[in-house]
Design a protein around this ligand. Structure first.
Ligand SMILES: NC(=O)c1ccc[n+]([C@@H]2O[C@H](COP(=O)([O-])OP(=O)(O)OC[C@H]3O[C@@H](n4cnc5c(N)ncnc54)[C@H](O)[C@@H]3O)[C@@H](O)[C@H]2O)c1
Length: 462
């Protein structure tokens, strides 16, 4: 065996020892919805963890033991305080044994991947990279990012991947707002650049996860995460399309899904709604369709699903318009109150929420809009070219007066905090895009449920 291979073996064994006896110093780079729960979990299982983020406000909050992520109560930050610190200083990388990269992977206005956060994180690491370190990319991205983008940046350090340092990709599966599936009880997938990279990553991830599935390469791991998200996007699009058909055919899609879900095999329920949101479902599929074009390949399912899911916001506005007109009112000048602007129920994440487009379309058509969301105190709209005027809206307290003063109330995120029977008994028109009012009867409101046919009550003689 050559000297360098022996050295490589010694490095790997040293890191392995540190992983196994929990003396490894671990950095989580990017402390958002993914990074902060991961950092807390790593500290929980016994590692000394340093969180690194460019956002000074987040670092300050963490230093004061204040969490800004709903799924991570501040108590947890206090509980792990002895093993968790936070900084904006990339120089701490030099002292780390392992670094998880959890930065965002947004798209630009043309829905092309924006890898700037990954590239700047990788350059920040490259300037401080030390022999024997393990780097694990967790951000969701197109296949090839780890090998074609991150690896060359890291090797500008002069160190060689596979011999001097280790590199792998392991996607994150966290589901914000989900109390059942948490960091710590979810199986993980990992693909290493080399067998040693894969094995070291597997050993570290095994400390956090009930099982680790190793695939042959980072690109297989990157693709597996996109498959998971595209699977959701396509199935949601399918039920969205069927919901539109059910409205015309006078069938209740919610009843249909409930019935189909009694099949014990081969069926999994997905639900229609106002469109998809968050940092994953409306974004990640585009990463793959963009990359596929380089291979003369057009991902028709992905594009079609995105088109159907995006069209749902327009359909919601159509339901509002027709509901109002059946009550003899026009959308222009009507007061429309949106309930829930988060991208799904019971979370505070409003990124890419369908509420954004719905509010823009309503404003564009002359409605007076407001919203109420106990989880999202402020909500910015109008950032896209086609609405063009940026506005910050502030959540209104939900009162009987506000409901009565609204010509139409639209449920976009079905938070548990809302009292639906009470809401329905204090407004005149309620458009329900998520079936939150199922079973609510005997109300003052005309309820228009997405995915069901509805008939206007005869106008009251009063
Ligand atoms: N949010 C989810 O539910 C979820 C689930 C699975 C996977 N993911 C993926 O995980 C990744 C992170 O998502 P998120 O929701 O946690 O994003 P986020 O925006 O909540 O957090 C990212 C953090 O990275 C920081 N950051 C950005 N650039 C940086 C840099 N160069 N150096 C240091 N810090 C930097 C930001 O300040 C922010 O705090 C994305 O690729 C996303 O697709 C997200």
């Amino acid at each position: 065996m050559t000297e360098s291979r022996q050295l490589d073996g010694a490095r790997a064994l040293t890191l392995l020892n540190r992983i196994e006896n929990k003396s490894a110093q671990v950095c989580v780079l990017g402390l958002g919805y993914v990074g902060l729960p991961l950092a807390v979990k790593l500290a929980d299982v016994g590692y000394q963890v340093t969180g690194l983020d460019t956002d000074e406000a987040k670092i300050q909050a963490l230093r004061e033991h204040r969490s800004y992520i709903q799924d991570v109560p501040s108590d947890e930050i206090v509980r792990v305080a002895a093993r968790f610190s936070a900084t904006t200083d990339y120089d701490i990388i030099k002292d780390m044994d392992a670094v998880f990269i959890c930065v965002p992977t947004p798209f630009d206005a043309m829905k092309a991947p924006d890898l700037e956060p990954i590239e700047s994180a990788a350059s920040g690491i490259a300037k401080r990279l030390q022999p024997g370190q393990l780097i694990i990319l967790q951000s969701t991205t197109y296949p090839g990012t780890t090998e074609d983008k991150v690896l060359p940046i890291l090797e500008t350090s002069g160190l060689k991947a596979g011999t001097d340092f280790y590199l792998s990709f392991s996607p994150e599966r966290i589901n914000p707002g989900d109390k059942l599936h948490r960091v710590g009880n979810l199986p993980k997938v990992v693909g290493g650049l080399t067998p040693q990279s894969a094995e070291l990553s597997r050993r570290l991830l095994a400390q956090l996860s009930p099982s680790v599935h190793v695939v042959s390469s980072p690109r297989a791991a990157e693709m597996s995460k996109l498959l998971e998200n595209i699977f959701r996007s396509v199935n949601i699009a399918l039920v969205n399309e069927l919901a539109l058909l059910c409205e015309r055919m006078d069938i209740d899609i919610w009843e249909v899904i409930q019935a189909a879900a009694t099949k014990p095999f081969g069926f999994m329920p997905f639900y229609p709604g106002p469109g998809t949101g968050g940092h994953c479902i409306p974004v990640d599929p585009y990463y793959l369709s963009w990359k596929a074009r380089e291979y003369d390949f057009y991902t028709k399912f992905i594009e079609l699903a995105a088109e159907v899911n995006q069209s749902m916001s327009y359909h919601v506005v159509e339901l509002v318009t027709s509901g109002l007109s059946r009550q003899g009112k026009a959308l222009c000048g009507a007061k429309v109150l949106i309930l829930g602007v988060a991208f799904k129920k019971d979370v505070d994440d409003a990124r890419n929420s369908p509420a954004e487009r719905i509010l823009e379309l309503l404003l564009e058509r002359g409605a007076e809009v407001s919203y109420s969301d106990p989880h999202v105190p402020r909500f910015r709209i109008g950032r896209n070219v086609f609405y063009g005027e940026e506005k910050q809206l502030v959540s209104q307290t939900l009162t009987e007066d506000l409901l009565r003063a609204s010509d139409c109330v639209v449920i976009v995120a079905g938070h548990h905090a809302f009292d639906y029977p009470w809401i329905a008994s204090h407004c005149s028109l309620l458009v329900d895009t998520v079936n939150a009012t199922q079973g609510v009867t005997d109300t003052q409101a005309q309820i228009v449920r997405l995915g069901t046919h509805w008939r206007a009550r005869p106008p009251s003689s009063a």
